[in-house]
Design a binder for this molecule. Structure first.
Ligand code: FES
Length: 209
C-alpha cells in the first residue's frame, strides 16, 4: 500500500476511511440532516425539549417523508459545502405514506454506491431510523456521525476551499479560438440585386429645375 493511503489519524473511529491529510485545527463539519415530519423531526424536537444535547454541527431540513429526499438534494448538499449528509425517517413499517421509506432506502443504497465511486467516504452519507419517541437515540446518532465526519476532515467537494484564480473567478472556461476558414468550402457567390434600378422621371426633373 502506498504512503498516500496509509496516513492514519489516531483519533479516527474504527471503520472510517482515513483521510490522507489531517483535518485543519478547529475544523467543524457541517452535517445536513433530512428529517421526516412525523418521526425523526419529532425525535429531534423531543431531544431539544428534553435537553438532550447533540452537536450544533447538525442542520435539520424538515420534509414530509424520507421518500421526499431526491438524490439531487444530497448531491447539491455536498456540492454546496456539507461535509456529511444524513437521511432520517420512520422505521420501515411506520411510514405515514406506506412504502415511501422503503423506496427511500433503495434510493439511499444506490446513491451510496454512486457517492463511493465519486470518492466520497461512506461515513459521510448515512441513514438513521428514529421514531418520535427516540430523541435520545437520534441525538446519540448525530453525535457519532459528527465525530466520524470530523475525523475524516473537510470534504471540499465543490472546491470552495480552492485558491481563487487571479481574475477572482472560481472557474473560467478557456476562450474559444476563432473558427478557421474551410478550404473545401466554395467561395461565396455574389447575390444578384433583388430589384431593378428605376430610371429618373423626366417630368419631376423639370419641376425641380
Ligand atoms: Fe416518515 Fe415516511 S412518513 S419516513
Amino acid at each position: 500500500m502506498s504512503a498516500m493511503t496509509t496516513s492514519v489519524r489516531p483519533d479516527a473511529p474504527a471503520g472510517v476511511r482515513r483521510p490522507t491529510a489531517p483535518a485543519p485545527a478547529g475544523f467543524e463539519p457541517v452535517i445536513l440532516v433530512f428529517t421526516c415530519n412525523w418521526c425523526s423531526y419529532r425525535a429531534a424536537d423531543l431531544a431539544g425539549t428534553a435537553r438532550i444535547k447533540y452537536p450544533p454541527n447538525v442542520r435539520l431540513v424538515r420534509l414530509m417523508c424520507s421518500g421526499r429526499v431526491d438524490p439531487t438534494f444530497v448531491l447539491r448538499a455536498f456540492a454546496d459545502g456539507a461535509d456529511g449528509v444524513v437521511m432520517t425517517g420512520c422505521w420501515p413499517a411506520d411510514c405515514h405514506y406506506r412504502l415511501q421509506n422503503v423506496k427511500a432506502l433503495r434510493r439511499f443504497m444506490l446513491l451510496s454506491r454512486v457517492l463511493t465511486d465519486l470518492g466520497i467516504e461512506p461515513a459521510r452519507f448515512q441513514r438513521v431510523y428514529a421514531s418520535a419517541a427516540e430523541g435520545q437515540q437520534l441525538a446519540a446518532a448525530f453525535t457519532r456521525i459528527t465525530e466520524e465526519v470530523r475525523a475524516l476532515g473537510p470534504l471540499d467537494w465543490g472546491g470552495r476551499n480552492a485558491a481563487p484564480l487571479p481574475s477572482g473567478r472560481v472557474s473560467a472556461a478557456p476562450p474559444r479560438p476563432p473558427a478557421a476558414p474551410d478550404p473545401a468550402a466554395s467561395p461565396p457567390t455574389p447575390t444578384p440585386p433583388t430589384s431593378t434600378p428605376v430610371a429618373p422621371d423626366p417630368a419631376s426633373a423639370e419641376v425641380t429645375a
